[in-house]
Design a protein around this ligand. Structure first.
Ligand SMILES: Nc1nc2[nH]cc(C(=O)O)c2c(=O)[nH]1
Ligand code: SF4
Ligand SMILES: [Mg+2]
Length: 242
Protein backbone atom coordinates (compact mmCIF):
# COMPACT_ATOMS: atom_id res chain seq x y z
CA UNK A 1 0.00 0.00 0.00
CA UNK A 2 1.39 3.38 -0.97
CA UNK A 3 0.54 6.06 1.55
CA UNK A 4 1.27 9.78 1.29
CA UNK A 5 0.11 10.66 4.76
CA UNK A 6 3.49 11.31 6.40
CA UNK A 7 5.48 14.50 6.03
CA UNK A 8 8.59 13.56 8.02
CA UNK A 9 10.02 11.19 10.63
CA UNK A 10 12.79 12.40 12.93
CA UNK A 11 14.21 12.27 16.44
CA UNK A 12 14.26 15.24 18.81
CA UNK A 13 13.08 16.40 22.22
CA UNK A 14 9.48 17.29 22.97
CA UNK A 15 9.39 21.06 22.57
CA UNK A 16 5.97 21.92 24.00
CA UNK A 17 3.89 21.27 27.06
CA UNK A 18 4.48 19.58 30.39
CA UNK A 19 6.65 16.79 28.95
CA UNK A 20 9.06 19.24 27.34
CA UNK A 21 12.60 17.88 27.05
CA UNK A 22 11.60 14.21 26.72
CA UNK A 23 13.37 12.39 23.87
CA UNK A 24 10.88 11.37 21.24
CA UNK A 25 10.61 9.98 17.76
CA UNK A 26 8.32 12.31 15.80
CA UNK A 27 6.05 11.00 13.08
CA UNK A 28 4.60 14.09 11.43
CA UNK A 29 1.42 13.49 9.44
CA UNK A 30 0.55 15.71 6.52
CA UNK A 31 -2.79 17.42 6.05
CA UNK A 32 -4.79 19.64 8.42
CA UNK A 33 -8.24 21.17 7.89
CA UNK A 34 -7.52 24.13 10.20
CA UNK A 35 -5.81 27.41 9.39
CA UNK A 36 -4.33 28.87 12.59
CA UNK A 37 -2.67 32.21 11.82
CA UNK A 38 0.45 31.17 13.78
CA UNK A 39 0.85 27.73 12.14
CA UNK A 40 4.50 26.67 12.32
CA UNK A 41 4.09 23.57 10.13
CA UNK A 42 2.58 25.18 7.02
CA UNK A 43 4.28 22.72 4.65
CA UNK A 44 2.89 19.72 6.55
CA UNK A 45 -0.65 21.04 6.19
CA UNK A 46 -0.57 20.28 2.48
CA UNK A 47 -0.92 16.60 1.61
CA UNK A 48 1.14 16.83 -1.58
CA UNK A 49 4.23 17.66 0.40
CA UNK A 50 4.37 14.24 2.07
CA UNK A 51 7.17 11.72 1.82
CA UNK A 52 6.89 9.81 -1.49
CA UNK A 53 6.45 6.31 -0.08
CA UNK A 54 5.46 5.82 3.52
CA UNK A 55 3.80 2.45 3.82
CA UNK A 56 3.33 1.38 7.46
CA UNK A 57 6.08 -1.25 7.36
CA UNK A 58 8.58 1.30 6.11
CA UNK A 59 7.54 3.83 8.75
CA UNK A 60 7.88 1.23 11.52
CA UNK A 61 11.35 0.25 10.34
CA UNK A 62 12.34 3.95 10.36
CA UNK A 63 10.96 4.25 13.88
CA UNK A 64 12.92 1.19 15.01
CA UNK A 65 16.10 2.66 13.55
CA UNK A 66 15.63 5.84 15.60
CA UNK A 67 15.13 4.14 19.00
CA UNK A 68 17.65 5.39 21.59
CA UNK A 69 18.17 4.45 25.27
CA UNK A 70 16.68 7.78 26.44
CA UNK A 71 13.49 7.40 24.38
CA UNK A 72 10.32 8.52 26.16
CA UNK A 73 7.71 7.92 23.48
CA UNK A 74 6.76 8.14 19.83
CA UNK A 75 4.95 11.40 19.09
CA UNK A 76 2.34 11.30 16.36
CA UNK A 77 2.04 14.92 15.31
CA UNK A 78 1.20 17.04 12.30
CA UNK A 79 -0.36 18.63 10.49
CA UNK A 80 -3.21 16.74 12.08
CA UNK A 81 -2.82 12.98 12.70
CA UNK A 82 -6.61 12.48 13.05
CA UNK A 83 -7.06 13.10 9.30
CA UNK A 84 -5.31 9.75 8.70
CA UNK A 85 -7.08 7.45 11.20
CA UNK A 86 -6.25 4.13 9.56
CA UNK A 87 -2.53 4.74 9.27
CA UNK A 88 -2.47 6.30 12.75
CA UNK A 89 -4.10 3.20 14.24
CA UNK A 90 -1.79 0.86 12.38
CA UNK A 91 1.37 2.70 13.41
CA UNK A 92 0.37 3.25 17.04
CA UNK A 93 -0.67 -0.40 17.47
CA UNK A 94 2.66 -1.56 15.98
CA UNK A 95 4.53 0.75 18.38
CA UNK A 96 2.58 -0.70 21.32
CA UNK A 97 3.61 -4.19 20.24
CA UNK A 98 7.23 -2.99 20.25
CA UNK A 99 6.67 -1.67 23.80
CA UNK A 100 7.07 1.94 22.69
CA UNK A 101 4.83 4.47 24.47
CA UNK A 102 2.63 6.54 22.15
CA UNK A 103 1.95 10.28 22.39
CA UNK A 104 -0.72 11.95 20.26
CA UNK A 105 -0.47 15.66 19.40
CA UNK A 106 -3.80 16.80 18.02
CA UNK A 107 -6.15 19.74 17.71
CA UNK A 108 -8.98 17.34 18.63
CA UNK A 109 -10.84 17.96 15.37
CA UNK A 110 -13.01 14.84 15.51
CA UNK A 111 -14.05 13.08 18.72
CA UNK A 112 -15.33 9.93 16.99
CA UNK A 113 -11.98 9.39 15.28
CA UNK A 114 -10.24 10.15 18.58
CA UNK A 115 -12.37 7.42 20.21
CA UNK A 116 -11.22 4.92 17.57
CA UNK A 117 -7.54 5.51 18.28
CA UNK A 118 -7.42 6.40 21.97
CA UNK A 119 -6.67 2.90 23.27
CA UNK A 120 -3.31 2.83 21.48
CA UNK A 121 -2.09 5.95 23.26
CA UNK A 122 -0.51 6.68 26.64
CA UNK A 123 -0.35 10.47 26.27
CA UNK A 124 -2.56 12.99 24.50
CA UNK A 125 -1.62 16.64 23.99
CA UNK A 126 -4.81 18.33 22.84
CA UNK A 127 -4.79 21.90 21.51
CA UNK A 128 -7.78 24.06 22.38
CA UNK A 129 -8.16 26.68 19.67
CA UNK A 130 -9.53 30.10 20.67
CA UNK A 131 -11.55 32.29 18.26
CA UNK A 132 -8.58 34.67 17.94
CA UNK A 133 -6.43 31.84 16.50
CA UNK A 134 -8.63 31.93 13.38
CA UNK A 135 -8.34 28.12 13.05
CA UNK A 136 -11.78 28.13 11.41
CA UNK A 137 -13.94 30.86 9.87
CA UNK A 138 -16.84 32.22 11.93
CA UNK A 139 -18.10 31.69 15.46
CA UNK A 140 -20.37 28.73 14.62
CA UNK A 141 -17.52 26.77 13.07
CA UNK A 142 -15.43 27.61 16.14
CA UNK A 143 -18.17 26.36 18.50
CA UNK A 144 -18.35 23.07 16.58
CA UNK A 145 -14.56 22.64 16.73
CA UNK A 146 -14.53 23.52 20.44
CA UNK A 147 -17.20 20.90 21.13
CA UNK A 148 -15.06 18.22 19.43
CA UNK A 149 -11.96 19.32 21.35
CA UNK A 150 -13.76 19.14 24.69
CA UNK A 151 -15.04 15.68 23.85
CA UNK A 152 -11.50 14.53 23.03
CA UNK A 153 -10.30 15.82 26.41
CA UNK A 154 -13.14 14.00 28.17
CA UNK A 155 -12.43 10.74 26.31
CA UNK A 156 -8.66 10.95 26.90
CA UNK A 157 -9.31 11.47 30.60
CA UNK A 158 -11.83 8.68 30.87
CA UNK A 159 -9.44 6.34 29.07
CA UNK A 160 -6.67 7.06 31.58
CA UNK A 161 -4.27 8.87 29.25
CA UNK A 162 -1.88 11.44 30.65
CA UNK A 163 -3.75 14.41 29.18
CA UNK A 164 -2.10 17.73 28.35
CA UNK A 165 -4.30 20.60 27.20
CA UNK A 166 -2.43 23.35 25.35
CA UNK A 167 -3.76 26.83 24.65
CA UNK A 168 -1.71 29.24 22.53
CA UNK A 169 -1.78 32.70 24.12
CA UNK A 170 -1.68 35.75 21.86
CA UNK A 171 -1.41 39.48 22.65
CA UNK A 172 -5.20 39.92 22.42
CA UNK A 173 -6.28 36.82 24.42
CA UNK A 174 -8.81 38.01 27.00
CA UNK A 175 -9.34 36.97 30.61
CA UNK A 176 -13.00 36.45 29.77
CA UNK A 177 -12.31 33.99 26.92
CA UNK A 178 -9.81 31.98 28.96
CA UNK A 179 -12.11 31.91 32.00
CA UNK A 180 -15.03 30.51 30.00
CA UNK A 181 -12.81 27.70 28.67
CA UNK A 182 -11.25 26.91 32.04
CA UNK A 183 -14.74 26.56 33.51
CA UNK A 184 -15.42 23.80 30.96
CA UNK A 185 -12.22 21.83 31.62
CA UNK A 186 -11.84 22.36 35.37
CA UNK A 187 -13.29 18.93 36.21
CA UNK A 188 -10.65 16.95 34.27
CA UNK A 189 -7.33 15.53 35.41
CA UNK A 190 -5.07 17.45 33.03
CA UNK A 191 -1.94 19.55 32.75
CA UNK A 192 -3.11 22.91 31.41
CA UNK A 193 -0.32 24.55 29.44
CA UNK A 194 -0.66 28.17 28.38
CA UNK A 195 1.77 28.52 25.47
CA UNK A 196 2.70 32.14 24.78
CA UNK A 197 3.30 32.91 21.13
CA UNK A 198 6.71 34.33 20.24
CA UNK A 199 7.27 37.07 17.66
CA UNK A 200 5.21 40.17 16.95
CA UNK A 201 1.97 38.91 18.58
CA UNK A 202 3.77 37.84 21.76
CA UNK A 203 1.72 38.51 24.93
CA UNK A 204 3.28 40.69 27.67
CA UNK A 205 4.44 39.13 30.93
CA UNK A 206 1.71 41.14 32.70
CA UNK A 207 -0.93 39.54 30.46
CA UNK A 208 0.58 36.10 31.17
CA UNK A 209 0.48 36.67 34.93
CA UNK A 210 -3.18 37.71 34.67
CA UNK A 211 -4.20 34.80 32.42
CA UNK A 212 -2.32 32.27 34.54
CA UNK A 213 -4.16 33.58 37.62
CA UNK A 214 -7.52 33.36 35.82
CA UNK A 215 -6.77 29.75 34.80
CA UNK A 216 -5.46 29.02 38.30
CA UNK A 217 -8.75 30.10 39.85
CA UNK A 218 -10.34 27.11 38.08
CA UNK A 219 -7.47 24.63 37.81
CA UNK A 220 -5.07 25.60 40.60
CA UNK A 221 -1.66 23.97 40.36
CA UNK A 222 -2.52 22.20 37.11
CA UNK A 223 -1.69 25.44 35.25
CA UNK A 224 1.72 26.11 33.68
CA UNK A 225 3.05 28.70 31.23
CA UNK A 226 5.61 27.25 28.81
CA UNK A 227 6.65 28.72 25.43
CA UNK A 228 7.69 26.48 22.52
CA UNK A 229 11.30 25.52 23.14
CA UNK A 230 12.12 23.24 20.22
CA UNK A 231 13.51 26.09 18.11
CA UNK A 232 16.23 26.48 20.75
CA UNK A 233 17.39 22.88 20.43
CA UNK A 234 18.52 23.14 16.82
CA UNK A 235 20.03 26.60 16.68
CA UNK A 236 18.90 26.99 13.08
CA UNK A 237 20.43 23.74 11.80
CA UNK A 238 18.48 21.37 9.59
CA UNK A 239 16.99 18.12 10.89
CA UNK A 240 19.54 15.32 10.60
CA UNK A 241 17.03 12.47 10.42
CA UNK A 242 14.46 13.27 7.79
N1 LIG B 1 5.92 19.50 19.97
C1 LIG B 1 6.96 19.54 19.17
N2 LIG B 1 8.16 19.23 19.68
C2 LIG B 1 9.19 19.30 18.84
N3 LIG B 1 10.48 19.05 19.11
C3 LIG B 1 11.21 19.25 17.98
C4 LIG B 1 10.38 19.62 16.95
C5 LIG B 1 10.85 19.95 15.60
O1 LIG B 1 10.03 20.25 14.71
O2 LIG B 1 12.08 19.92 15.38
C6 LIG B 1 9.09 19.65 17.49
C7 LIG B 1 7.80 19.97 16.98
O3 LIG B 1 7.58 20.31 15.82
N4 LIG B 1 6.77 19.90 17.86
S1 SF4 C 1 -3.89 22.83 13.89
FE1 SF4 C 1 -1.64 22.82 13.85
S2 SF4 C 1 -1.10 22.17 11.75
FE2 SF4 C 1 -3.26 22.76 11.71
S3 SF4 C 1 -3.21 24.92 11.08
FE3 SF4 C 1 -3.28 24.91 13.33
S4 SF4 C 1 -1.11 25.00 13.96
FE4 SF4 C 1 -1.13 24.42 11.77
MG1 LIG D 1 3.27 21.68 16.38
Amino acid sequence: MLSRDIYEIFTSFQGEGSLVGRRQIFVRFSGCPLNCFYCDTVDARIKNHSLPDTNPEKVISEIKALVTPDLHSVSFTGGEPLVSPNLLKKLASSCKKLDLACYLETAGIDASIFTEVVDFFDYAAIDLKLPNHRAVLGINAWKKLYHEELECIRIANRSGLHTIVKIVIVDDTTHHMLASICRDIAEYEIDLVLQPLTGSRKPSIELLFGLSEVAGSYLGKKVMVIPQVHRLYRDGTEKEFR
